[in-house]
Design a protein around this ligand. Structure first.
Ligand code: CA
Ligand code: CA
Length: 197
């Protein structure tokens, strides 16, 4: 009976290790925060050893946050000072959805007043800064588009942010082999117990 339990535990360990392909190196949940003005930026500061990572986050619009209309609101994301992602979506105020700057491999899903974004990012080994901000430019594509509108009209919120790195396949294999090793160990112990009895 004990042997069966051990086998089960070892198998679970092997499968769990295989499933844990991503390591979270930074996460912050802003869902309890109310809307903030479009001229207020948000920042994440964290230290990373890894360079290749995935940044997941959400943008939520309140009231009539605009897309590409007269009162255009453009979302910008800077990683360590460089703009890597930029776009505008109709998050309640009308206008078109557009992405202006985006790394290869990005996914952007817009549903209602929520945009869910996943970006491959190249971090620095050491300190990293991500800045999320909105811009409502005085000049955009040859037109006056300026329109900061306060919280009575619109606001925004950053959703759950997570930065993850994929565990290299070699490490995953090592974890699975470790789980199989445990299986073998339990099997040997069981044999030894049988001999003693
Ligand atoms: Ca608006
Ligand atoms: Ca606006």
């Amino acid at each position: 009976m004990q042997f069966k339990k051990n086998i089960f535990a070892a198998a679970l360990f092997a499968f769990a290790a295989a499933a844990q392909a991503d390591t979270v190196i930074f996460s912050q949940d802003y869902s309890a925060q109310g809307p903030i003005n479009t001229w207020v930026a948000q920042q994440n500061n964290f230290v990373s050893a890894a360079t290749q990572a995935t940044l997941n986050f959400q943008i939520r619009g309140f009231n009539s946050l605009d897309g590409d209309n007269y009162y255009i609101d453009i979302f910008n994301l800077h990683l360590n000072g460089a703009k890597i992602f930029s776009g505008t979506w109709n998050l309640g105020g009308g206008g078109l959805d557009r992405v202006f700057t985006s790394p290869t491999g990005a996914t952007v899903q817009h549903t209602g007043q929520l945009v869910t974004i996943s970006l491959p990012v190249q971090l620095q080994a050491g300190a990293n800064n991500i800045t999320y901000s909105y811009d409502s430019p005085s000049s955009f594509e040859g037109q006056q588009r300026y329109g900061w509108q306060d919280l009575n009209d619109e606001g925004w919120q950053l959703g759950a942010v997570s930065v993850t790195t994929a565990v290299p396949e070699a490490e995953q294999s090592a974890l699975i082999l470790g789980g199989l090793g445990m299986l073998a160990l339990f099997a040997r112990r069981r044999k030894a117990n049988v001999v003693q009895a």
